[in-house]
Write a protein that binds this ligand. Structure first.
Ligand code: NAD
Ligand code: G6P
Ligand code: MN
Length: 448
């Protein structure tokens, strides 16, 4: 087996330790020779890089670990690039979340005006990043987690229409399957074949099959959620806001049990209730800055100081499943091993995967993954309600990307007006005007 060169762009991300553990788990089927952590923040990537060097020296010594803020060093001769950048960092996320709340609108990282604000920043950096990667490695697979993945996917499809090796992914469908598995108690999520359709952070499981006996367990999952409520598979490790988010799935099902909804739908469908759960002075960004980010960097410092990773908490997860870290490596593994495993990923609706949607919509659907990338399962025609919701959201996504490329204030205003979390054009204008100030230096200057 050829050993691989992998680069993590956004190497200083709080999610990097989970991915490092994923590499250790998969060393036999996805052998890595060289791992580069690349980040535009040298201080962060130095800490994470030194942590990675100690961890892999102790648990995966075959890997050479390098860290850098130089694109040439990061992207020359690589086979896979994992992207997880956050333009502007968590400080900008805080503004994305707090500005809409001031106007009585959902303040969320990827949904509503927060997602719009973050999206316009991410498009810029992701296009630059892909160009840098392609300058040095024409054939590398680019697996992208960078959010809002929905918007990034539309923008990259537009900027690089012929590039067949960019794949945008999200860990939420797998996190939901893991939560169903914990709820049922007698099944591993990998025994489930999920049928899913929608847009990223805007979709539904229509059917879940237990592959062990071919049983349709969809109704059983719905009934158990309605009986026992719903929580994440790793509830004990989650901050309070995530527990509220998961519990709302039961309430969504109580009103409409057609399909099993993605947690993110609550910001659109249960807008008022979701808004009432938000604290205008302490949003998810504050929870992350005071929680995960602190914890991760304190741990990096500790491991570097002790020059030993043997007791690092990250390793407690070596024998556990981790939706985020495992997913990106298993997708890379599926491509590398050509093993045709199923994953729910984001692809263009070409050849009418969803028959009654436009072909340029970036949909999230079940795909088989092998050496040529994702092969989507056909969804067929979808019903009036779901089609209506998706078309409105897809139009919002498209107008957001139009606004970026055309530097158009009007398109930006139209995008926000179309978003279900906003809907009023005067309100959209007030929020947009504040977001323009918040994003100075990040967004293109919008022409009025
Ligand atoms: P983070 O801020 O801790 O990490 C992001 C890193 O990217 C930082 O170290 C930052 O310095 C670096 N960075 C920013 N701009 C860059 C650029 N232009 N080039 C290189 N590096 C750059 O954020 P996080 O919370 O760890 O999340 C990382 C990313 O992963 C975010 O985009 C987040 O939304 C995304 N994410 C996506 C999913 C998904 O389901 N798709 C799941 C989890 C996280
Ligand atoms: C889920 C979503 C990601 C999102 C993350 C936010 O995993 O699928 O797209 O980035 O949640 O988590 P956080 O802990 O940063 O709020
Ligand atoms: Mn996601």
């Amino acid at each position: 087996m050829k050993a691989l060169n992998v680069t993590i762009a956004g190497g200083g991300s709080t999610y990097t330790p989970g991915i490092l553990v994923g590499f250790i788990k998969k060393k036999l089927s996805f052998p890595v020779k060289k791992l580069v952590l690349y980040d535009n923040n040298l201080e962060r990537v130095m800490k994470m890089g030194k942590f990675a060097q100690v961890l892999l020296r102790d648990y995966y010594p075959e890997v050479e670990v390098v860290y850098t803020n130089q694109p040439k060093e990061a992207f020359t001769g690589v086979d896979y690039v994992f992207c997880q950048i956050r333009t502007g960092g968590l400080k900008m996320r805080e503004g994305d979340e707090k500005i809409p709340i001031k106007h009585g609108v959902i303040g969320q990282e990827t949904c509503g005006p927060g997602g719009f604000s973050y999206g316009m920043r991410s498009i810029n950096d992701m296009i630059r990043l892909v160009k840098e990667i392609r300058k040095y490695s024409k054939d590398a697979w680019i697996l992208n987690y960078t959010n809002p993945a929905a918007i990034v996917a539309v923008a990259l499809q537009r900027a690089f229409p012929d590039d067949q090796k960019i794949l945008n992914i999200c860990d939420q469908p797998i996190s939901l399957l893991m939560a169903y598995a914990r709820l049922l108690g007698n099944i591993n999520y990998k025994d489930m074949k999920p049928h899913y359709f929608g847009l990223n952070h805007f979709g539904w499981f229509t059917k879940i099959i237990d592959k062990r006996n071919n049983e349709d367990i969809t109704q059983k999952i719905k009934d158990t959620i309605q009986l026992k409520g719903f929580k994440p598979a790793d509830a004990e490790k989650r901050d309070p806001s995530w527990l509220v988010t998961y519990s709302t799935v039961k309430d969504m099902l109580d009103l409409d049990d057609t399909y099993l909804p993605n947690t993110y739908l609550q910001y659109y469908l249960f807008r008022d209730r979701s808004f009432s759960h938000l604290d205008p002075n302490y949003t998810r960004a504050n929870e992350v800055m005071n929680g995960r980010e602190k914890r991760v960097y304190e741990e990096c410092n500790r491991v570097i100081k002790n020059n030993s990773a043997h007791d690092t908490p990250a390793l407690k997860d070596l024998d556990k499943q981790d939706a985020h870290g495992d997913m990106i490596i298993e997708i890379a593994e599926a491509i590398y091993q050509n093993n045709n495993r199923y994953y729910v990923v984001i692809v263009a609706n070409k050849d009418k995967i969803i028959e009654n949607l436009d072909e340029d919509v970036m949909v999230e659907v079940l795909c088989k993954l092998g050496k040529n990338g994702p092969k989507p399962y056909r969804v067929g025609k979808i019903g009036t309600y779901h089609k209506g919701l998706i078309e409105q959201q897809a139009a919002y996504e498209k107008l957001t990307v139009d606004a970026y490329f055309e530097k158009s204030y009007k398109k930006a205003l139209q995008a926000l007006t179309l978003n279900r979390t906003v809907t009023d054009m005067e309100l959209a204008k007030k929020i947009l005007d504040e977001l323009i100030i918040h994003n100075e230096g990040y967004w293109p200057i919008l022409r009025r």
